[in-house]
Design a protein around this ligand. Structure first.
Ligand SMILES: *Cc1c(COP(=O)(O)O)cnc(C)c1O
Length: 493
């Protein structure tokens, strides 16, 4: 069975997986989705004995069907190796009555590593398969975690460049330090005076700018995306839901076939959409809890059927979720409209022109698998403190948002899996504040030390060396200069 991809807005069809990965965004601004959803036999009594890498191969073979098995194995083995600090790659921890799926054991301490450690290999393999000799220019807007994880993956990868834009005031100090110390001659980090949505909108505009596209082509270059709109990021995220379920069956925490609910801290809607895809494939997932912070545009959307981005933007203690336009929701709209590109395109056009769109009752029925809740910063802190006090387990603010949301769902009876998306050491100040609200420190690294003193959680080696590494990037620009900045970096004009 071959899986072909089409744009959610109808402008492209019959696209191979490798072309879709190379292209990133479809030419009409839509997102690539499978034309026919692949069927995979999931026998959890067998899968429970398989490694993360073996399960990755099973899933990717079906979705990336124009890659050979040999090519996929090479990508998977290069991605999921010792750069993860545990051989299980994505461990599931039982904490009280909850299960946490720890997705932060990769090099940049957040779940973006799960997909971004493999994306460069998928992309360079895809380029070879399509006889493309163009230099790939990865253009990415980041709310803090994607940028670092993408650069870590693409640093010094031949015939690629990566340009990352982040909101100057919208990321944690650790995230900023991680990005500004990034090595690799092909990496470029730019702070912008604006928020994540401003940056992401400009990046999307550049992708859709046909003049720019031609100019790049004339210089043997082409853009691609490392954001979660790329199907090359989404499918690797399906893997850990299959793996987590298999582990819970293996540990006799779940009977094979028994449903589990999942709670996912959500921003761009990539992670939870991967959970939805996993459910479509047959993983016994009950409800998907979409957990938001104060930027609760998704809470409102699932509650009343109207998506409205015209609202105040908040900088919160879970910055990787400070987003008002959740791009991957477009893929869900496509599913709930029975794969209708016409309906999806209309909704997206409304979003562009009015900043909002509304679903009719039929479409809203398709959202029944989802439950929603959001956490304020105060509720986030409470969750961190409560879990530590009761269980001696430390969670980061993003994971705490998911824990808070789950705890609102008193009607649920299935075992629940909380998707844990970052190491507490990536956001040490916010975590320490949950224990000691008035704490003051001399410099940023002291937050790391205080977190250790509070919890005795082992400090990851990558954090220890962070503040000794030289700063290699210092560009700061207004959002409106992003295009000019890209041209300067690429020597265009
Ligand atoms: C990116 C990110 C999220 C949000 O994930 P989406 O796929 O964008 O919904 C949550 N937590 C952390 C730590 C992240 O880096």
């Amino acid at each position: 069975m071959t899986t072909h991809y089409a744009s959610t807005r109808g402008g492209q069809q019959g696209v191979s997986a490798s072309q879709a990965i190379l292209q990133g965004l479809a030419s009409d601004g839509g997102l690539f989705v499978p034309e026919v959803f692949p069927e995979i036999a999931l026998d959890f009594d067998k899968l429970k004995e398989q490694s993360y890498q073996e399960i990755a191969l099973l899933i990717m073979k079906a979705f990336y069907s124009d890659f050979s098995e040999k090519e996929l194995i090479a990508c998977i083995e290069a991605a999921y190796d010792e750069k993860f600090d545990t051989p299980t790659i994505a461990p599931v921890k039982k904490v009280g009555t909850d299960y946490y799926l720890e997705l932060f054991h990769g090099p940049t301490l957040a779940f973006k590593d799960m997909a971004l450690s493999i994306l460069p290999y998928l992309m360079t393999t895809a380029a070879k398969k399509n006889q493309s000799t163009n230099e790939l220019v990865i253009l990415t807007a980041t709310s803090g975690d994607t940028g670092k994880a993408a650069m870590e993956g693409f640093a010094d990868v031949e015939n690629t460049k990566i340009i990352v834009f982040y909101p100057k005031e919208g990321v944690s100090k650790i995230q900023e330090q991680q990005m500004r110390t990034q090595k690799g001659d092909n990496t470029f980090v730019v702070a912008v005076n604006g928020n994540f949505d401003d940056a992401q909108t400009r990046v999307k505009e550049m992708f859709n700018d046909t003049t720019l596209r031609d100019e790049l082509a004339a210089n043997q270059k082409q853009f691609s995306s490392a954001n979660s709109i790329n199907i090359g990021r989404l499918i690797p995220q399906v893997v850990y839901y299959v793996y987590a379920y298999a582990q819970l069956v293996k540990e006799n925490e779940l009977k094979n076939g028994q449903a589990m609910d999942i709670s996912v801290p959500t921003g761009n809607f990539g992670n939870i959409l991967a959970g939805y895809y996993a459910k479509k494939l047959g993983v016994p997932i009950g409800k998907l809890i979409c957990a938001s912070n104060q930027n609760n545009v998704l809470t409102d959307f699932f509650t009343n059927g109207t998506y409205d981005r015209n609202r105040e933007f908040y900088v919160t203690s879970s910055p990787s979720m400070d987003i008002l336009i959740s791009s991957n929701l477009e893929r869900l709209l496509y599913e709930v409209s029975n794969q209708s590109a016409t309906v999806t395109k209309q909704l997206m056009d409304d979003l562009t022109s009015k900043g909002s769109y509304a679903l009719d009752d039929t479409l809203r029925k398709g959202l029944a698998d989802f439950l929603v809740a959001y956490a304020t910063d105060e509720q986030t802190q409470d969750a961190i403190q409560r879990v530590f006090d009761q269980e001696r387990y430390v969670i980061d603010p993003h994971t705490a948002v998911a824990k808070h949301a789950l705890d609102q769902m008193t009607q649920l009876e299935n075992p629940a899996l909380i998707v844990s998306t970052a190491s507490p050491y990536k956001f040490p100040e916010s975590v320490v504040r949950a224990f000691d609200e008035v704490k003051q420190v001399e410099n940023e690294f002291d937050w790391v030390t205080s977190l250790y003193e509070e919890t005795h959680l082992t400090i990851p080696p990558a954090v220890k060396t962070l503040f000794e590494s030289p700063i290699l990037h210092d560009r700061v620009i207004p959002v409106d200069d992003m295009l000019a900045c890209v041209k300067e970096i690429l020597n265009l004009d």
